[in-house]
Ligand binder design. Sequence first.
Ligand code: GLY
Length: 576
Amino acid sequence: MKFSPRWRVIWLSLLLVCGAAFAADGAPGQAPAGAVRLGQVAQRPGHAAIASANFHATQAGLDVLAKGGNAFDAAVAVAAALSVVEPESSGLGGGFMAVLHRASDGHDVFIDAREVAPAAVDSKDYLNADGSPNRDASLKGPLSAGIPGEPAGLALIARRYGRLSLKQSLAPAIRLARDGFRVDSRLHDEMVGQQKDLARWPASAAKYLVNGQPPSEGAVWRDPEQARTLELLAKHGDSDFYRGATAKKLVAAVRAAGGNWTLADLASYRAKERTPISINYRGYHIITAPPPSSGGVAIAEILNILSGFDMSHLDQAHRVHLMVEAMRRAFRDHNDYLGDPDFVKMPLDMLLSPYYADGLRQSILADRATPSSMLPAASAGEPGMHTTHFSIIDADGNMASVTSTVNYIMGSTFVAAGTGVLLNDEMDDFALVPGKPNVYGLLGSVANAPKPGKRMLSSMSPSIVIGPHSTAVIGSPGGSTIITQVLEGILHFIDGESAQQIVAHKRFHHQYMPDVVAVEAGTFDPATSAELSRMGYTLKQRASWGFMNVVTWNRKTNQLDAASDPRHPSGLGKVQ
Ligand code: GLY
């Protein structure tokens, strides 16, 4: 559909009027915090549930709970085990974001263990001679790696929220790394996919390849160097990783291969506690990720827009139309405004305001797509699925929603010699080249430009949803699609679906640019697809969708459920 220049003027005026209305009203900032709180119908589940992307990791968490740990100790155990058994997605060389809910006092906190740029970061290192993005530099090898946050984040959770020592919580991961585990088909396939790049770095080849080949499916695979690094973390907390022998090895390995980390970069890294984003929607209270994730802001903006529509009487095509239009507007803002809150002033009061959502809602046409080119601001590839999410509720009702990542498949593919640590390639999540999308097709502005010590913007959206009678801990990997997958999961939960139904549900995604709706096969019936095309949407089938892990607690019946995405057989959701 083409819009005439006159239409463009009308369109822009409408947006400006909406913006002005917001400003004149002096609208409040964040949506009011939870009218619905767990305490009102407080029960203690009395048993626990964990869902993660790998059955060894789920079991590691359950073992730590059995030893007297709480959900937060279990989160440390699951994350560390995933570093060993699911290295394609997350690990000590990466970072994570978590939303924690402490049952005893209702305290909600966001743990930001996101990587940061090293002090010597220079955007020019990520450009080819002709000024085009050098994807090899931003996605492979030591220049692509930010300073890891995972060890600091795990130590922080154990210290401030756990009941057990780091040594007790890391014990299952150390055991898995030392004694080994059988390589599953997923890990085998990912190693085959990255084989050429792993072979570029001697320590990566030594760790992941046997005679130049990835271990076969079913082979027992051990990770003794990572076991040693985990033992040092268990013994000394994160001081060894950031200031001790491991720090020295990391810096030496990175610099020998052309990277620019210094000991000072590691020594100055801190995981941070931040206030999560809280929003209410249809009587449910949603606690989710603030910047440096864009996920919570986008989810809040989308829900605020949708809250003004009665979607109950709409057919599927019209419901999807409204959702895609809300996604389009939220992703436009994501591209323009968001970055590391320690570096960038962001108009969060505006973005999270119901008045701002009112304006955006009014710009949605009843049964016609708004081309993204009509919304003032900024193409793209198929997002990858790497990153991992797990969800935990313990017997006391403590909850941990944790999304952890090394970014793309097996991160930078660079293992720092002598540490067993596979480094992330999170530098690609910065807006490295203005106007050029990252590997997930996300565009960014100066708000997400790289700077020394700055956190790159993330889409990770770990969330907790508390309703009148039920609670869900939810999240997913999936690059930029994390946001819309988690959003859809939250809506399915609010619609009354079970954990199993939520993780199995077909999904779709829109992110402003490219101006297409990515769709999983079977999401829409032919009539809905035809109606969406008539409205102006371009539907594009996409094969890979996130590995969602959800636990739910029905507080009326006191039933816990844990479900792992059926698209990926390595996952395990288990109630203990
Ligand atoms: N590296 C993926 C994300 O943080 O969104």
